[in-house]
Ligand binder design. Sequence first.
Ligand code: ZN
Length: 179
Amino acid sequence: MPDPEAVAMQILSRYEQDYCYDGTPPVPVDEIAASLALLHIEEADDLRTVPGAPLGLGRLSGLLLTETMTIYVAREEAARSPGRRRFTIAHELGHWYLHAEGVSDFTRYCRDADLVAERHMEGEANAFAAALLTPEPILREQAEATGLNLPLLARRFDVSLPALHLRLLKLDLLPAWMR
Ligand SMILES: [Zn+2]
């Protein structure tokens, strides 16, 4: 299995080349999903009621149905937190590029569903999402430029504070007192 971080970087540079994106954050995850992956993005009040959604699960944040090439995001959560909405789209995009591309059978991937995809696939999709939304070289540069101003960085990359914090931890960019 390819490294999710490396795959995210490949997708990002493909998008930069094909769509003249200069890499300035926030990363246009909606456009990447729509124009590069050719996935539709839809919102629904309750993803469990989407035709094709798996049965018997708890609440979902996101859902990828490969048959219709559609990413569904939970409407209320998306409205409440644009950063979380973006992470959900990037996460499902991770499933698309890491686990689903070329798979012809009907497949579905969910976010926050306890039973569905295996744990390691969820971890990989999360790693892909973090790398796509906060690419390491740009985040490093911006972290330094802003003096690690987390709220400012979160706004600039349009990600949630918890997601940003996790990413900075992973890249070992936080001093001990901020961990
Ligand atoms: Zn998932």
